[in-house]
Design a protein around this ligand. Structure first.
Ligand code: RTP
Ligand code: MG
Length: 168
């Protein structure tokens, strides 16, 4: 499994509190994403601030952090070929008013703030976000072998996950 085929996804507090978790997971599975990690959590403020750091100079930053920490969220690592673009296609435009029928934000979003789900915007961001929330996915057996002279068996550099370390 390659990181370029992974994306980070979140079901935001609005959709969780409206009991839309199951319906959104159903859409995820019907669209052939494999759920590699899934966890329900209430985000600590400092974690939310780091997650949304890219927006820290935007006027809505503090509201964004407040909202995403206001109740439980579902955090996920999803796998599919071309996962970042495929997930962004499935969630739809940031503002649910602009989101196409059939997309998650069209179905479950109620405003630009309460837009039901998050998706990574690039493979680089996906890797950062997955590492932030699921750091164990970046830990490889024999990780320290880099400094060994005998490291030809060390596969950590090609950023692949062995199936038995990620999916149980
Ligand atoms: P996300 O990161 O949540 O998947 O959303 P996105 O890529 O479609 O949108 P982005 O530009 O990254 O914005 C992050 C979240 O900030 C809120 N937002 N509010 N009031 C506003 O003008 C405004 N613009 C963005 C949205 O909730 C968006 O999901
Ligand atoms: Mg974004």
């Amino acid at each position: 499994m390659e990181f370029k085929n992974l994306t980070f996804a979140m079901i935001k507090p609005d959709a969780v509190s409206h009991n839309n978790t199951g319906k959104i997971i159903d859409m995820i599975e019907k669209n052939n994403f494999e759920i590699i990690r899934l966890q329900k959590a209430i985000l600590a403020k400092d974690l939310a601030e780091e997650f949304y750091e890219v927006h820290k100079d935007r006027p809505f930053y503090s509201e964004l952090v407040e909202f995403v920490t206001s109740g439980p969220v579902i955090i996920m690592a999803l796998h599919k070929e071309n996962a970042v673009a495929e997930w962004r296609n499935l969630i739809g435009a940031t503002n649910p008013k602009d989101a196409a029928p059939g997309t998650i934000r069209h179905e479950f979003g109620t405003s630009i703030d309460k837009n039901a789900v998050h998706g990574s915007d690039s493979s680089e961001t996906a890797a950062q976000e997955i590492e932030l929330f699921f750091p164990e996915m970046f830990e490889f057996p024999g990780e320290d072998a880099d400094e060994d002279e005998n490291d030809e068996d060390d596969e950590s550099e090609d950023k692949e996950i062995e199936s038995d370390t990620c999916c149980g």
